[in-house]
Every structure is written in C-alpha cells, then in structure tokens.
Design a protein. Structure first.
Length: 96
C-alpha cells in the first residue's frame, strides 16, 4: 500500500479545480481510476475463476491494496490542491 501511496502522490498531480456558476468542480487523473478498476476486475476474476490458487489470490490482493494506496495518495493531493485553490480564491475576493 505504501508503494501505491507514493505512486498516487506522484500521479495525482493532474488535479485541476475550476468554477462554473459559483460551483466548484475538479478534474482528476483518469489513470489512477483505470488502474484501480483493472486491478479490481483481476481480483474478482481470480476469486471466481481460480479460487483454490492461494498465490494468485494473495498476488491480486496485494495489487488491489497497492492501487487503493494510489487512490489515498491522490486524495491527499486533491485536498492539498483544493486548499491552495481556496486560498487563492479567498485572496482574490478580499482584494475586490
């Protein structure tokens, strides 16, 4: 999970915030979601197709854990970027 967390911190840099009609939106990295979805499908396939192979089950669990760490790392980056976005937005509003 630690390796995934570090990868998520690195790949989560593509987060962009914007505002439309006084509503804040963000765009996240599609890579992290795609990698997590693929690892989840692999985990399900291993459980249903080859449920007796413990090594594949453990391997797919480790893969899913690492990609979950990527999501956690991305969430950390989203919070950090949002705080920066909100500070910039507030400083611009106070100047007006």
């Amino acid at each position: 999970m630690v390796i995934g967390l570090l990868a998520g911190l690195h790949l989560g840099g593509g987060v962009k915030f914007s505002e439309k009609d006084k509503q804040t939106y963000y765009k996240r990295s599609p890579i992290i979601l795609t990698v997590w979805l693929i690892s989840y499908v692999i985990r399900l396939a291993v459980d249903f197709i080859i449920p007796t192979n413990i090594y594949l089950s453990i391997g797919s669990s480790i893969l899913l854990s690492a990609t979950t760490g990527m999501i956690i790392g991305e969430a950390h980056h989203i919070i950090k970027e949002y705080n920066s976005y909100a500070d910039n937005k507030n400083s611009l509003a106070s100047k007006q």
